[in-house]
Design a protein around this ligand. Structure first.
Ligand code: GTP
Ligand code: SPV
Ligand code: MN
Length: 644
């Protein structure tokens, strides 16, 4: 293969007119229609038996007035067709076929690079029901605004109709959604991230409920107007959720959680509301399977805020001899109490939308191996050979890079070559350690739940809750440094209860109560034990004290042993804040860490902890009377213990 110059990978100017798809037949059924076809009796009826879906699509076609309507079947041919079209239009860059087969680079608009929490709304009937962690707007006011924004917003574009299933097809825990979008990038991502197309549509009988999700990049095209590679409308961006009617409307952004509506919007914000109504939990959690050297298999979930290590932990390579880790999910878990009193988890997603920077063969070889083909890369750098690169992938960047904005880049440029929130989209099936249970319709039984954040001080490496209630308080107390996954100042510590601050679709106080309720319904023996963990503690010089990554398996091993150990086994010591690892109880054989550092990692500073409690109390006050009273009881007891 001849090396190709980087310039041959620069996006082609958008010379192609806005017309997109020929009126063609693909597979057994026609799938592209003009907007005039859609109201005609029989057209959508040939596609689905679900009359609510038919009327919803008709309504949105007449609102958005796209040039054409494309009913997605989720086939590989469709994916290839949309990628080819996007290359032709200058939106996608095809990567070198031998280096990265069937994979593409996409560069977003520099003003559309992450989730925008300030423009995300929970539009419940009452403001109280959205609670203090959400932006709220009256649903009728918001609907009126949205009608205005969406009116004729798809002019000159194609409307894609994307049926998808969150969760294994046929699982009683799965939910069906249908996304309408004018972004081929969204279609291609949804193909990887969800069970998309015919397989989902087939599950929609006449009466099956589905969650309607409408998305537009918010940039209609006048007749003959040339498109840009990444259309968006940052000034008008709005991501609205209607918890009572279970609808999602997203306008103006094409990026990640703003636009792939099955992910944060459906599988967390709307699902958390459904979960509270139906008695389960929708969480921002990884799910991993761990097999110890005695071949015992256990499952763990972990909630960490955005860009705080879920993907890395979910598929890490354990450094403990004889221990095996496999991945069930890396971002979202739906947890259902089983008839046996245990908690069962499914991963509603089918792919990984992971943080690229920092991912390398050293830090996360299983992620790197998941990325060898059939992937989308957003806002990473391009090599002259037509491959991707990002900070941390290799120690030395290759020469001749083109950065995420499309400009030549060298280490002297003073910027990063990849955007800090650059992402890969990869099919979970390509992960070398994907667990057999990934598709299990009944989910996997959870033995331990971890809560963690990026905390340079205060929070110990690991701590086990003495009760479900104390564990729920641990979840509610999560704070973490902000990352590039959302807007705001990176590094600033903010409260992020359950790593769900941006994703709880209702009043967070009610959400805490719901967690307590779910716990009451579990068998005390079979319920998962709850832990707080912190891989990010720093020493005086600002170095991470714990090696992290593959060595986190050592903490998991301790947690699982501690979960079923009696006090006599001396795996943990009781303390005012919970059960801390006993000296020597975390296996550090083979790693270069001294006993003094381990002792610091496994302990806490009472003065700092008192400040932590005071900060949490202030924060919890914002929840008013929705806050479960048990929180202050536990905090009172903790404070009392700290005094003695
Ligand atoms: P979202 O997809 O945004 O929800 O993020 P995530 O929680 O899956 O985060 P991810 O695993 O992608 O990690 C993000 C960053 O955290 C990367 O830059 C990693 O290098 C870093 N990281 C992950 N695990 C560890 C760890 O154990 N120790 C340290 N020091 N850094 C870590
Ligand atoms: C997160 O921010 O937690 C993500 C990325 O997983 S996004 O899907 O963009 O929300
Ligand atoms: Mn996430």
């Amino acid at each position: 293969m001849q090396p190709v110059s980087a310039s041959s990978y620069a996006p082609a100017p958008c010379a192609v007119p806005t017309q997109a798809h020929a009126q063609h037949e693909v597979g057994p059924m026609r799938k592209v229609f003009s907007k005039e076809d859609i109201p005609q009796e029989g057209v959508l009826e040939a596609w689905t038996v679900n009359s609510d879906l038919i009327s919803w699509v008709r309504e949105k076609v007449s609102l958005c007035t796209p040039d054409e309507v494309y009913l997605c079947d989720g086939s590989d041919e469709e994916y290839t067709e949309l990628c080819d079209l996007s290359v032709e239009k200058g939106s996608f860059i095809k990567l070198d076929e031998t280096l990265r087969p069937n994979s593409y680079l996409v560069r977003s608009d520099p003003d559309d690079v992450a989730r925008v929490e300030s423009k995300t709304f929970i539009c419940s009937e009452s403001k109280e029901d959205a609670g203090p962690t959400n932006n709220w707007k009256d649903p009728s006011v918001m609907k009126h605004e949205l009608q205005g924004k969406f009116s004729e917003c798809m002019k000159g574009r194609t409307m894609y109709v994307i049926p998808f299933c969150m969760g294994p097809i046929g699982s009683p825990m799965s939910k069906i959604g249908v996304e309408i979008s004018d972004s081929p990038y969204v279609v291609c991502n949804m193909k990887i991230m969800t069970r998309m197309g015919e397989q989902a549509l087939d599950k929609l009988t006449e009466a099956t409920p589905f969650i309607p999700c409408i998305h537009s990049v918010g940039q209609p095209l006048a007749h003959g107007e040339q498109d840009v590679p990444w259309p968006c409308n940052p000034d008008e961006t709005c991501i609205a959720h209607f918890p009572e009617t279970k609808e999602i409307w997203s306008f103006g952004s094409g990026y990640g959680g703003n636009a792939l509506l099955g992910k944060k919007c459906l599988a967390l914000r709307i699902a958390s509301v459904m979960a509270s109504e139906e008695g389960w939990l929708a969480e921002h959690m990884l799910i991993l399977k761990i097999t110890n050297s005695d071949s015992e298999v256990k499952f763990i979930t972990g909630a960490f805020p955005s860009a705080c290590g879920k993907t890395n932990l979910a598929m890490h390579t354990p450094t403990i001899p004889g221990c095996k880790v496999e991945c069930v999910g890396d971002d979202i878990a739906w947890l259902h109490p089983g008839d046996d009193g245990k908690l069962y988890a499914i991963n509603p997603e089918a792919g990984f939308f992971g943080v690229a920077p920092g991912t390398s063969m050293e830090s996360n070889p299983n992620a790197m191996k998941s990325l060898t083909e059939n992937c989308l890369f957003t806002n990473v750098a391009l090599t002259p050979a037509g491959d991707v690169w990002w900070e941390g992938m290799t120690d030395v960047p290759p020469d001749g890079l083109i950065d995420w904005r499309g400009n030549p880049w060298t280490p002297e440029s003073g910027t990063t070559a990849a955007h800090p929130n650059a992402r890969f989209t990869a099919p979970a099936s390509q992960c070398p350690v994907i667990a057999d249970e990934f598709d299990a319709p009944d989910g996997v039984p959870i033995s331990a739940i971890l809560f963690g954040g990026r905390r340079p001080g205060t929070i110990p490496l690991a701590c086990m809750a003495r009760s479900w209630e104390e564990g729920v308080l641990m979840g509610a107390s999560v704070s973490s440094q902000k990352t590039a996954a959302a807007e705001g100042t990176v590094g600033e510590i903010r409260h992020d209860p359950f790593a769900m601050k941006p994703f709880i679709g209702y009043n967070a106080g009610d959400y805490f109560r719901h967690w307590l309720e779910v716990g009451k319904g579990l068998d005390p023996e079979g319920a998962p034990k709850i832990f707080s963990v912190n891989w990010f503690r720093q020493d005086q010089e600002g170095n991470f004290m714990w090696p992290g990554f593959g060595d986190n398996s050592r903490v998991l091993e301790w947690a699982l042993k501690a979960a079923s150990a009696s006090e006599a086994e001396k795996l943990y010591v009781d303390s005012p804040i919970g059960l801390l690892p006993a000296p020597g109880s975390i296996d550090t054989r083979g790693i270069n860490i001294d006993a003094g550092t381990m002792e610091k990692l496994a302990s806490f500073d009472p003065t700092k902890w008192e400040a932590e409690i005071a900060g949490n109390r202030d924060y919890f006050e914002t929840f008013g009377k929705t806050l479960p009273p048990v929180f202050s009881k536990i905090l009172d007891a903790m404070e009392e213990d700290l005094q003695v």
